[in-house]
Every structure is written in C-alpha cells, then in structure tokens.
Design a protein around this ligand. Structure first.
Ligand code: NOJ
Ligand code: CA
Length: 507
C-alpha cells in the first residue's frame, strides 16, 4: 500500500532520501602536517563517512581564496586553494567518494567574489573594459536604503568606496566581497561556465550560497526579487538539460513565503534549506512549548514533485535569528547565549551540544527531529559526537574547530600545531568504542531512517495531542512524537519522559 499522494513523484530522486554531511576541508583532517585540513586528509576519512551511513558530502568552498570569509571570498572559481591541495586531489576526492557510494556537493558562491578576483581588479581599473560592468558600481552610497546590512558586527553600509575607480561598489557581506552585477549578461555566462566546469568533473550538485541577493532594485530592495528567481530558473534549465542527476539547493534565509518561492513550481531549485523551522526547534526547546513549530510548518505547504527540504540543526554559520520575531530572538539569547562573546551578527555562534547544555536527552530529541521532519537531514561535522566550541575565536570560528578523531594533543586531526585550536573532551575513537555513545545513536538513527523511506518521502501531517509541550506528526505509517518539556507526559499510546521522543508504527 502506498502512502504517497498522487501529486508526488513516484520515483524520488537520490537527494530526497539522502543523508547529508557537511565537512569543512580545513577542519576535517590534515594530511601534510601543516595544521590545516586538506583534501587528501578528507579522502583518508571517507571510510568513516561510509561507516556512518552518509550518502552525500557537502563541501564548503575549497577554491583559491584569501580566506577572509573562510573561502566564501573566492578569488578563482577554477583553482583549488593550495592550502587544501591540487586539482588532482579534488578529482581524486570525487572519485574516492563515488567509489564508496557517496556523492559530493559543493558551494557555488555566486552573489559575490573576493576583491582579489581578477574580474574585480579589472573592473575597478578599467570601467569601460570587458569587466567594467561585472560589479555593482555607483556614485550614491545611500542607494537601496531598504537593503539591510547582514554582517552588522563589522559593516555599517552595503557600499564601500573604491579609491581606484573613484566610485562605490555594493556588497551584501564583507566589504572585501563585492557583489556581482546580474544585470550584466557576461556574469550569467561566467556562472554557467563555472557550473559546467565542476559538474563535468563529477560534482553532484551545488549549494547556491546567499542566493536571494543576486539582484537589487530601487524601491523594493534586494531579496528574492523576481529577476533572481528567473535567473535560478535558467540555472535549473541548464542543469536539467546537461546534468539531469545533479542537485541544486538554495541557501535562502528568508521568511516562509519567500522561502517557498525558491521551489517555484518545481522549476527552480530541487531543495531549499529549511531556515524557518530551525530556530523554531531551538525556541521550542527553550520554552517547553511546541506551538511555534506547528505554526512554522503550517506556513510551509507541501512541496512540488521532485522537491525536498534540507533540514539542519547547525552549520558553519551562527545559529541565525535574522528572520525570527524580536520576542523570540530575546528568548533565544536568554536561553542560549549566557556569554555574549557567542553572539555573531544577530545570531549565536555555538555548536549543538553546548547549546543544549550537553544534555543527552535533548541531543537525542533534536537528532530525532532532524531525522523525522519533512526533508533530508544535514549533519554538521562533529555534531554526531557532540563536539564542543570555542567562543573566544573570531568571526564564526567558534564552531569550525578541528574534528576530534582521537584523544590527545592533535586529536588525530594533525601531527602539527593546528591552525585553529582543538576543543577536546570527546572523540570519534572514544565513542566508537562505547555502544551507548551519541555517535552510535546517530549512526543507528541513520540506519532507521533508511529502513523507513517514508520519513523522507511521505507527507507531513500534524497531529494535535492537547499537550503544549508535545510536537506530534505522522509521516506515512509512523507517528513521530517529541516532548519539548521537562515533565514526563502520558499520550496514551506512549509515555514520553522529559525531552523524550518516539517513532511509533501506526495503522
Ligand atoms: C553564506 C555562508 O554560509 C557564510 O558562511 C558566508 O559568510 C556568507 N554566505 C557570505 O559569503
Ligand atoms: Ca594540511
């Protein structure tokens, strides 16, 4: 008996059922004793990902970069940063992952480049030359007053003065990251060329970084504009025509209605990260009330065929609170940010385990949500062992410290002094040796998720329990119940302890 509705595709694409794992190259494994993780190191750890049950690796930018935004400031889209290795290493990584049945998606940061990119250097020097229009230049730094500053810890304006061109350029992020000008047709051609280059090398998909911000328009601002959505349709058309098995996933940190726009009618991206639901989960845990989670999911209607959410708890950025109402933000700061050093822009740069006070019940509850909510789960490296953080580090490096493979000084990550300090306190080796560790729990959930494809594919149907702390929903023949409260609850078919959860077969 099928549990799918007629609207949904009967042949799900690979990403719909995949379990994803985000690993930062510089933080995963150092192979040449310079203290910086690299591609060869990552290759040597693929067996671990296979053991865990990972289907797809998400690799943030590894391109040539001055690394002033951890590689999201790209200086050359066609070169591997020498700190990480060579093009041959990248090709070997793709092949070695594929040999283990693991796909590889990477970031395509196409809203902006580094100011070190040759295009920007040419653009600033020669306004009437071939690159003159590649960036958003102007004489009025007050233009686009509707456009908020995202990196408000460091930037006061979205415009910066260029003494060479004697004009201002527009930047949504750091001032060393000028925005590309999507009104320039050559920029479109450059993006298509980059996509083809990497997909021909075997990359299975792209996370479209900062994708709502491609176009700006007077009076309406610069987020999720129709022009931006139309450009995404063009990217999708290219992918469908030339790389039909590839995935594009949008990083679109937007309110629910705008978030839905990135799916279109199934003709824009295949997946969108579920930014609306993520903070709602943490808020529910802080307040002991599930009401906000039901509300958010109500605003996210069922997806077009072939589309899927990307569900996540944490990633390499701060736990973003840009889109939550001010009162929720205050609740979150009070619950999760006892030390103000953890604040990054409007969010909280902390890791999953410390956020929940290292409470195993809460960790398991959050992982159960990650694996049972509608969407494909994304695990952030190290969260599967409850790794800690270092809030004394700058920018968002608190959550980007080296992976802890073993106990001891280099944590099995490097034999040299690491570029970023190791937090310590737990390790993969220690947890592999212990049957009831978080690592084995997460591995078990991955296996269970695979045994129940309905968790990936069946519609989400909210279930009211009458208990405010409880979030219950049905996915196919499974009833998933989660208790955000510190009190045990008796739901009839099941009793849940404080922060307890269960997946119950029904029918
Ligand atoms: C989004 C990325 O996730 C973040 O890490 C980066 O700083 C910004 N894009 C700007 O590039
Ligand atoms: Ca290295």
């Amino acid at each position: 008996m099928s549990t799918s509705t007629p609207k949904r595709s009967q042949t799900p694409k690979w990403y719909a059922t995949a379990v994803f794992y985000q690993a930062l190259v510089h933080a995963f494994q150092d192979s040449n004793a310079d203290g910086i993780g690299d591609l060869r190191g990552l290759i040597s750890r693929l067996d671990y990902l296979a053991w865990l049950g990972i289907d797809c690796l998400w690799l943030p930018p590894f391109y040539l970069s001055p690394m002033r935004d951890d590689g999201y400031d790209i200086a050359d889209y066609y070169a591997v940063d020498p700190r990480y290795g060579t093009m041959a290493d990248m090709e070997e990584l793709i092949a070695a992952a594929h040999a283990r049945g693991i796909r590889v998606v990477t970031d395509l940061a196409l809203n902006h480049t580094s100011d070190q990119h040759a295009w920007f250097q040419a653009s600033r020097r020669d306004p009437s030359g071939p690159y003159g229009d590649y960036y958003v230049w102007g004489d009025d730094p007050q233009r686009y007053p509707e456009i908020r500053v995202i990196f408000n810890d460091t930037e006061e304006s979205n415009w910066a003065w260029d003494p060479v061109r004697q004009q201002y350029y527009f930047h949504r992020f750091y001032s060393h990251q000028p925005d590309l000008n999507y009104d320039c047709p050559s920029v479109h051609r450059e993006v298509f060329k980059i996509i083809r280059f990497w997909m021909r090398k075997g990359i299975d998909g792209f996370r479209l970084d900062a994708i709502p911000y491609l176009y700006e328009r007077d009076g309406v601002g610069g987020e999720s504009l129709p022009e931006t959505l139309h450009f995404i349709e063009q990217v999708r058309a290219l992918v469908d025509a030339e790389f039909p098995d590839a995935l594009i996933i949008a990083e679109a940190n937007q309110p629910p209605a705008q978030t839905m726009e990135f799916f279109g009618a199934g003709n824009r991206v295949h997946m969108v990260f579920n930014f609306p639901v993520m903070p709602a989960l943490f808020a529910a845990l802080a307040t002991g009330s599930a009401a906000g989670v039901y509300d958010v999911l109500d605003k996210l209607p069922e997806l077009p065929a072939g589309c899927q959410w990307g569900t996540f708890l944490r990633n390499h950025d701060e736990l973003t609170l840009e889109m939550v109402p001010p009162e929720v933000r205050e609740v979150m700061y009070a619950a999760y940010m006892p030390d103000p050093r953890a604040k990054a822009n409007d969010g909280i740069a902390r890791r999953l385990a410390p956020l929940v006070g290292g409470d195993c019940r809460k960790l398991e509850l959050m992982f159960s949500l990650l694996f049972s909510l509608p969407g494909a789960p994304f695990i952030y490296y190290g969260d599967e062992i409850g790794m800690g953080e270092d809030i004394t580090l700058p920018d968002r490096h608190a959550v980007r410290t080296p992976m802890q493979w073993e106990e001891g000084p280099g944590a099995g990550f490097s034999t040299a002094a690491p570029q970023w300090p190791i937090v310590g306190g737990t390790s993969v080796a220690a947890q592999r040796a212990e049957e009831d560790s978080l690592l084995h729990f997460v591995r078990g959930l991955i296996a269970q998720r695979k045994a129940h494809p309905e968790l990936a594919l069946a519609p989400y149907e909210p279930v009211e329990t009458g208990v405010d702390a409880v979030f219950a929903f049905q996915r196919g023949s499974l009833l998933c119940v989660h208790n955000f409260g510190a009190e045990a609850v008796d739901l009839g078919p099941v009793e849940l302890g404080p922060f307890g959860w269960a997946w119950i077969p029904v029918e």
